[in-house]
Design a protein around this ligand. Structure first.
Ligand SMILES: [Zn+2]
Length: 152
């Protein structure tokens, strides 16, 4: 499995869609390679076709970029424990999505929106061009911004 990180013929061409994400460090990529070796060992009766581990590692890198290495690792083992066969990247990504949503829900429960007292239902009335309009209160905007912070 030493060759896994070395053979990535499409590496330079297919990352265009994820340029907004911070590239993984060489150390992170190395850890993902080790995880892939471990995941394959977890399913000793399954042999992946040549090239598949290299392609999967590329997909793993993108998923780990998107959802964080720590979350990826947890998702991988959750899926492996439930699977009879080594899971494909899409299954791991789905688990990452589920985990992230559960984390966000948990965070919302820990930090519920509390109106400041100046607003009604998170809105304040203000006058604009001679008409009253309801706009979101600053307290709601502050709370919303904190909710949307991406955690890795
Ligand atoms: Zn308010």
């Amino acid at each position: 499995m030493e060759h896994v990180a070395a053979i990535q013929p499409w590496k330079d061409s297919n990352l265009a869609g994820n340029t907004y994400l911070t590239p993984l460090s060489a150390e992170s990529v190395r850890r993902l390679g080790l995880l892939l070796v471990q995941a394959q060992a977890y399913f000793p009766n399954q042999i992946l076709p040549p090239g598949t581990p290299d392609g999967w590692l590329m997909a793993w890198e993108e998923i780990a970029q998107e959802y964080g290495e720590h979350r990826f690792r947890s998702a991988l083992w959750r899926v492996c424990r439930k699977s009879k066969f080594i899971p494909g990247p899409s299954e791991i990504e789905e688990e990452c999505v589920v985990m992230k949503m559960a984390e966000q829900e948990h965070k919302r429960k820990l930090n519920p929106y509390v109106p400041c007292g100046e607003c009604v239902g998170s809105h304040v009335i203000r006058e604009r061009d001679g008409r009253n309009e309801a706009v979101r209160c600053e307290c709601w905007k502050t709370w919303k911004a904190a909710q949307q912070k991406v955690e890795k």
